[in-house]
Ligand binder design. Structure first.
Ligand SMILES: Cc1cc2nc3c(=O)[nH]c(=O)nc-3n(C[C@H](O)[C@H](O)[C@H](O)COP(=O)(O)O)c2cc1C
Length: 157
């Protein structure tokens, strides 16, 4: 089973979650990156307005991929504009399953998951599962149980 994890991370927490998950499910890791410096206040506003922001060219075609996992921070109760850009660029996903993990300070996981879900379902993809991690658990290492449970739901092990 070919699994791709696409993630965005500004301060490293989401990257930690994505990397741990990639090891557990043996997935290809694809980083979503802005082309350069960005203004965080503008980023927060664009997230809130569900807008997109340009990203570096990265793997968006799902040819040869069976499962897509999106790992994203919660921004303004939604997802960063770079993630919206990635989701809008995904091709070849019709009929394929996807999963979502959101990483957050405290709240907004459900609306952030819904934002990803809606965008990929519009492409004919099939939502399977989601999970949320919290920043302080990522800092303390207490997030691993959540990631392990999520991984087991994907690999069936
Ligand atoms: C612009 C911005 C908006 C955010 N909005 C939320 C939010 O609505 N709810 C929340 O719980 N955390 C929010 N956070 C906190 C991040 O989700 C949290 O710090 C996360 O760990 C960041 O991941 P990263 O270290 O991979 O960048 C926000 C952070 C930023 C920078």
């Amino acid at each position: 089973m070919a699994i791709r994890i696409a993630y965005f991370s500004w301060k490293g927490h989401t990257q930690k979650v994505a990397t741990a998950l990639a090891r557990l499910v043996n997935a290809e890791l694809v980083r979503i990156e802005p082309p350069g410096e960005f203004n965080i206040a503008v980023g927060a506003m664009k997230a809130w307005l569900a807008m997109k922001s340009q990203i570096r060219p990265t793997k968006t075609d799902l040819a040869g991929i069976d499962v897509l996992i999106i790992v994203t921070p919660v921004w303004s109760g939604k997802v960063p504009p770079f993630v919206n850009e990635y989701l809008s660029a995904v091709t070849g996903g019709a009929g394929k399953p996807f999963h979502v993990i959101v990483e957050m300070g405290a709240r907004g996981s459900e609306s952030a998951i819904a934002a990803v879900k809606n965008q990929l379902e519009k492409k004919g993809m099939r939502f399977v599962s989601s999970a949320a991690t919290v920043e302080r658990d990522v800092d303390s290492g207490g997030y691993t149980a959540t990631v392990e449970k999520f991984a087991a739901g994907i690999t069936g092990k």
